[in-house]
Design a protein around this ligand. Structure first.
Ligand code: CDP
Length: 223
């Protein structure tokens, strides 16, 4: 498949910084649309967990890239949600561990790792309608989709949300690393619709997105 090319299936891209509400919004949107849900961050997290399990220093880009090339990465759907297996192990319970939070931006900045993950995502998207969340979905992974959203919230709100999840997660540092890396940085795709979720509930954000999708022709208008 060519870069970003899609067949008859539809892809809704939801990008944004850490703790902006992407996951809750994307999951609920997928449920309401009856589309599959794909969290690209979970793939980068699973790979990071695998690298740490192997005792590889995440600063050694070539070793990391080689280990990812050698790993068997399988994506499948369970109840319309993505499950990731690496060498037949499901690291699902460990994706939000502190050590994964600390290292994931480093691992995901390695160009070869990104190439492998992007290919997996495009393979997974083949033939199914999908809502997919990440950092570069509208800009790099599916640049041709007409349905792009950038979900944001103020830094204070995002810090509060992550703290309320009980996680130790340096989101400010991660955002800086994700936005300043040379390869596929977090950016607002030029044709994305920006939604500030600081003062909105998940339902309000999803309703807003569905309204836009109706205007864009993805859904029949409710009117
Ligand atoms: O849940 P949260 O928004 O905090 O993060 P995530 O979506 O689970 O993504 C974890 C990390 O994976 C990000 O901080 C990025 O470093 C990386 N990532 C990426 O580089 N590209 C993506 N499309 C998705 C995630």
């Amino acid at each position: 498949m060519q870069s970003g090319q899609q067949s008859s299936h539809r892809v809704v891209a939801i990008d944004g910084p850490a703790a902006s509400g992407k996951s809750s919004v994307t999951r609920e949107l997928a449920r309401r649309l009856g589309f599959a849900y794909l969290n690209s961050g979970a793939i980068y997290r699973a790979i990071t967990w695998h690298i740490l399990q192997k005792g590889i220093d995440v600063g050694e880009s070539d070793r990391v890239a080689h280990a990812v090339e050698s790993a068997q990465i399988t994506c499948c759907l369970r109840d319309n949600e993505l499950c990731i297996f690496i060498d037949n192990v499901d690291p699902g319970d460990y994706l939000r561990d502190d050590r994964v939070n600390e290292s994931v931006s480093r691992v995901s900045s390695i160009p070869r790792v990104r190439e492998i993950v992007v290919e997996k995502m495009r393979e997974h998207a083949q033939g199914r309608d999908l809502v997919i969340e990440g950092r570069d979905i509208g800009s790099v992974v599916f640049p041709d989709t007409a349905y792009k959203f950038y979900v944001d919230a103020s830094p204070e709100v995002r810090l509060r949300r992550r703290a309320a999840q009980g996680q130790r997660d340096e989101i400010t540092m991660r955002d800086h690393a994700d936005s300043s890396r040379p390869v596929s940085p977090l950016v607002v795709a030029k044709d994305a619709c920006i939604i500030d979720t600081s003062h909105l509930t998940i339902e309000q954000v999803v309703n807003e997105i569905i309204g836009r999708l109706e205007q864009n022709g993805l859904l029949p208008s409710a009117a």
